[in-house]
Design a binder for this molecule. Structure first.
Ligand code: SF4
Length: 476
């Protein structure tokens, strides 16, 4: 089952396992290229894209600066619509509130759709401990659940690491005898989930956005399961991170414009579902009661910290789709339901540096994530801030690291030493290199071991740019 953070395996172990999985690599590369290409076409088509990004960042910042006001406004309006609103400070409180709703209705089964925050608070465990049957209904989540709750590897495409053969094998454990054709397997899944929909006592969804001045919640889906979860069961629970608000429907349209193009590279999505309270008299469908649990779980602290801009995140996944590190280590290496650059920033904020201090180092700091983020979160700067905090807290790492950085500080602050040092380094590297002037795995040295495990390292040139430039000028 997906949990917020895997503490059983170290970051290095997870990376090693992921790198060893060729299929996962291939799948992630293909998906990254596909999503990135589709997004680029959609972005190109919107001339005002950068204006949209700026406006979206300002809307998100405005909400975060006035979060207490908008939370109250949202809760008041949602209650006027007939919903019951609860505030949960911690993950445990949120789970308790959900379990209490089940107990008071003597509910025995749930169907879920589109809710990452439910993984964050681990509500599945809380419900299953009470003997409640929990069923995912997003197709990818169904596949992962049937595969013994295999954890997601992408925030938008959770089963990205499984191909059709793997899915066929998983389904065959539940009576599927058909081919590997997606259409046939989808028919099987549809039939399987439909029974769950019809028997469920409670529907649980997440919330892409809550609109403060109408008290409505919105989910964006491609499969239609969100509509079934929000209309068939008598009781509906919406789990909402407390930062997921926009002031009004106009601001929502800006967010939608960016979210859909950034996440899957489409102009529009198949379904945008708006929930505006329980079923009213005369309406033909909808739940009889609606509960909205607004979850803090560390967000107040993030709001007060230098990481506030991370709360602008609309979970589009664009930063994963461009990240070179995500491409190589894949989603599972992060050990968190939140992977890629956004996960490397967010997870340590939610679980603490004690548990997730390695994640901010899973980045080249190239800044591509920042350039792609539709709400302009300075992701690479936040990763650097994490590294600074970790160094301030724990000091630098090993004795070797401290010695090397000490030597670098001395060398870099004295030009003559720097000159001598780089020339000496070039000579030492020459000794370590093969005939083709490359340092390779087979000739590894302790300091370069990790680097040359993955790629060959070319030699440094003995001639410095400055020397070359001097010669060039004198020959002119
Ligand atoms: S950090 Fe930005 S790009 Fe990444 S998921 Fe969040 S909104 Fe999307």
């Amino acid at each position: 089952m997906a949990i917020l953070y895997d503490q059983e395996h170290s970051f290095k172990e997870r990376v090693k396992n992921s790198i060893a999985d060729d299929f996962k690599h291939h799948a992630i590369k293909k998906a990254q290229d596909l999503f990135h290409g589709k997004r680029a076409i959609q972005v190109e088509a919107v001339k005002e894209w950068q204006d949209f990004r700026q406006e979206a960042a300002e809307i998100r910042d405005h909400v975060l600066e006035n979060l207490d006001y908008y939370l109250n406004q949202f809760a008041d309006n949602a209650e006027k619509n007939g919903a019951k609103v609860y505030f949960a400070k911690t993950d445990k409180q949120a789970c308790r509130q959900v379990v209490d709703i089940f107990r008071s209705r003597q509910a025995k089964s749930a169907v879920k759709a589109k809710t990452m925050v439910s993984e964050e608070i681990d509500v599945n465990h809380a419900l299953m401990d009470e003997g409640i049957e929990v069923n995912e209904t997003d197709l990818a989540e169904v596949i992962l659940q049937l595969d013994n709750w295999n954890p997601p590897s992408h925030i938008v495409v959770p089963a990205l690491h499984l191909d059709r053969v793997a899915v066929q094998k998983i389904f065959s454990r539940y009576g599927y005898t058909g081919s590997e054709e997606p259409e046939e397997m989808t028919r099987f899944a549809r039939h399987y989930i439909r029974k769950k929909f019809l028997n469920a006592d409670v529907g649980i969804t997440g919330c892409n956005f809550g609109v403060a001045d109408t008290g409505s919640t919105f989910i964006v889906t491609n499969e239609g399961n969100g509509r079934m979860v929000t209309t068939l069961p008598k009781t509906q629970i919406v789990l909402m991170g407390m930062e997921r608000l926009v002031p009004d429907l106009d601001s929502l349209s800006v967010m939608m414009e960016l979210l859909i193009r950034s996440s899957v590279g489409s102009k529009i999505t198949s379904y945008v579902s708006m929930t505006n309270g329980p079923r009213k008299q005369g309406e033909v469908d909808g739940p009889e009661e609606l509960h909205i649990v607004i979850i803090d779980n560390g967000r107040s602290e993030i709001l007060r910290s230098e990481f506030r801009s991370m709360l602008r995140c609309i979970r589009c996944g664009a930063c994963l789709n461009i990240c070179p590190v995500y491409r190589h280590i894949t989603g599972h290496a992060y050990g968190s339901i939140y992977s890629g650059p956004m996960g490397a920033v967010l997870t340590p904020l939610l679980v603490g540096y004690e548990k997730a201090r390695d994640l901010p180092y899973a980045s080249t700091l190239c800044g591509a994530c920042t350039d792609h983020c539709p709400v302009k979160i300075p992701l690479h700067e936040l990763l650097l801030q994490h590294r600074k905090n970790i160094a301030d807290r724990d000091g630098l790492g090993s004795t070797m690291e401290k010695t090397l950085f000490g030597m670098a500080a001395v060398g870099l602050s004295r030009p003559s030493l720097y000159n001598m040092g780089t020339k000496a380094a070039a000579s030492v590297m020459k000794l370590m290199a093969g005939k083709d002037d490359m340092i390779k795995k087979s000739r590894h040295m302790p300091l370069l071991k990790n680097w040359v495990q993955c790629r060959h390292m070319p030699l440094m040139k003995k001639e410095k740019f400055r020397d070359w430039f001097k010669t060039y000028q004198s020959e002119k």
